[in-house]
Write a protein that binds this ligand. Structure first.
Ligand SMILES: Nc1ncnc2c1ncn2[C@@H]1O[C@H](COP(=O)(O)OP(=O)(O)O)[C@@H](O)[C@H]1O
Ligand SMILES: [Mg+2]
Length: 281
């Protein structure tokens, strides 16, 4: 039972394992810096093992309420960038402001507290397979409170259990609340992961290819539902996508990495599939 006494952030940490469209780039940057930024990344660089430079001098900021898609080749550094933004991977250089607070130098409880205000959704759901959907959603409350009453739905405060049920209803899974996650489909599991992230009451959400392990129909359903919830809550979103149509359809703005450098930053309304494909060379 002790191994369930984790914070949501610790669950996440455990789970670790010239195409530039210049005019829109400037436009998007101007828009991003004019409004209050929920995340502001300056000069972020990541080198693994002292020699392999994966991210080079990355600058971007995301204003509150904006949905941003991050695209790029396999190996271009998308997952590393997302994880560096939350310091699940420690950047080698650069600064991060998260939710209007300097994030780069925080440690311990202060780091965990700020990180817990960001929901994170992985490509594969990272739920606890042998526990029910309801208990997995309830674990999202650990971003706000600790202790054994957050470990299982049947031990939880009625208010928290009801809130977890409401989140499951939002993602259309109330009827499967007591089913173990290892008996759910990929799409259903990803919807539980979305409900768990919402249960955190986050201010911002990051998602690393949330639909990539799903078939096209389930992937589309999950993305539609995901974005509906994000927009209903007015949350800021940064999501990695391999699916360029998803990037155009669901994001307000698209940023693109090539060889570890940010080479595209433009409003989605100014882009099309052909312009996005350029980032892939
Ligand atoms: N822990 C690590 N040590 C060394 N290299 C790594 C590590 N993690 C990722 N990389 C390398 O960094 C590059 C970017 O990886 P990643 O961020 O996963 O790319 P993407 O998500 O765009 O496919 C890859 O070349 C990968 O091999
Ligand atoms: Mg990746």
């Amino acid at each position: 039972m002790n191994n369930l006494a984790f914070t949501t952030a610790e669950v996440f940490a455990d789970c670790l394992e010239n195409t530039a469209v210049n005019a829109p780039f400037e436009t998007a940057r101007a828009v991003a810096t004019a409004a209050v930024a929920d995340i502001e990344v300056t000069g972020l660089t990541k080198t693994f093992g002292g020699s392999v430079q994966v991210l080079r001098d990355i600058h971007f900021s995301i204003p509150s309420g904006q949905a941003v898609a991050l695209i790029g080749h396999n190996g271009s550094g998308k997952s590393t960038l997302l994880r560096c933004c939350l310091r699940l991977i420690e950047p080698s250089a650069g600064t991060i402001n998260l939710l209007n607070r300097p994030f780069s130098n925080l440690s311990g409880k202060a780091l965990r507290n700020l990180r817990s205000q960001v929901g994170f959704i992985f490509q594969r759901h990272n739920l606890v397979p042998r526990l029910s959907a309801l208990t997995n959603v309830l674990h999202g409350v650990q971003a706000r409170k600790k202790g054994p009453f957050t470990w299982f739905h049947w031990m939880a405060a009625q208010k928290d259990r009801e809130e977890a049920m409401l989140q499951l209803e939002r993602v259309g899974l109330a009827h499967l609340a007591l089913r173990r996650v290892n008996q759910l489909s990929g799409g259903e599991s990803q919807r539980v992961a979305i409900a768990r992230a919402l249960m955190q009451q986050p201010k911002m959400v990051m998602a690393d290819e949330p639909a990539a392990s799903l078939d096209p129909v389930a992937g589309e359903e999950v993305m539609q539902l995901f974005l509906r919830c994000i927009k209903e809550e007015g949350l800021t979103l940064l999501f990695v996508s391999h699916n360029l149509e998803h990037a155009l359809r669901y994001a307000d703005r698209v940023i693109g990495l090539r060889g570890g450098k940010l080479e595209l930053d433009a409003p989605a309304s100014t882009l099309n599939l052909a312009s996005l494909r350029k980032i892939y060379g």
